[in-house]
Design a protein around this ligand. Sequence first.
Ligand SMILES: [Fe+2]
Length: 272
Amino acid sequence: MALEDEFGDVLTKAMRGTRATADALARATGLQASEIDDWRRGRDVPDEAQARALALPLRLDPGKLADAAAQRWHPEHISLPDVRHHPQHPHPSNGYVFFLDGGKRAALVDPAGIPGNLLRILRDGAYHLEYIFVTHKHADHCDATADVAASFPKAKIVMHRADVEAIGSLASSALLVKDGEEVPFGDARIRLLHTPGHTDGSSSYLFKSTLFTGDTLFAGSVGGAYGDASTYEDILNSVRSKIFTLPEDTVLMPGHGPPSKVAWEKEHNPFF
Ligand SMILES: [Fe+2]
């Protein structure tokens, strides 16, 4: 799976987050505003020295940004025996089912896309769904919540209060995320982390040593800062304080793009 964000996406997010225009970056670096605009639009990529120069005013890591421009890093393939990934359509996003006891206990992360596809996956696996975890309010992560909930009425919907309006009347029965709280799941526990910045209610869910990050963190990038109250600084702080404090070998399963690990993101993600 290709990285979710290309160099132009990383540049766009960092410029938006730091409110840096191409003209301001040009003045700060001696680069041309027109070439910065081309890179932002994905028409071309900077060379090593240009990428390093851009990184400083954007508060990105110079070496990691140069690696991103040259596409020098891609996470190694990760597959786990107790997590199943499914691509969602028509808005492409990652959905996951994770389970214990061969599926006797299961949980779904981000019910979105064509409901029939999700229900087929859940039925084919004979999963007993105990939880529906929603990482955030965007439609490509929760627009099938009502359909899944109707088919699995015993499954508890978990999401953060700040985003819960996205699931309409189901909001009143949802279990609301309190940061750091755990919910029981067989002989395991799921830890709920509030990781605001992409949206105010963005949340991540930790199952054993796997963290489902929604659009807070992608391999080699972060989600865009679209919060009403939360900001670009918040999304970076969420990653630093809630995700990078987990053990280095924690597997990260994002809402878009391939999985990664905490250690790999520390080493390669240009936002940190
Ligand atoms: Fe999103």
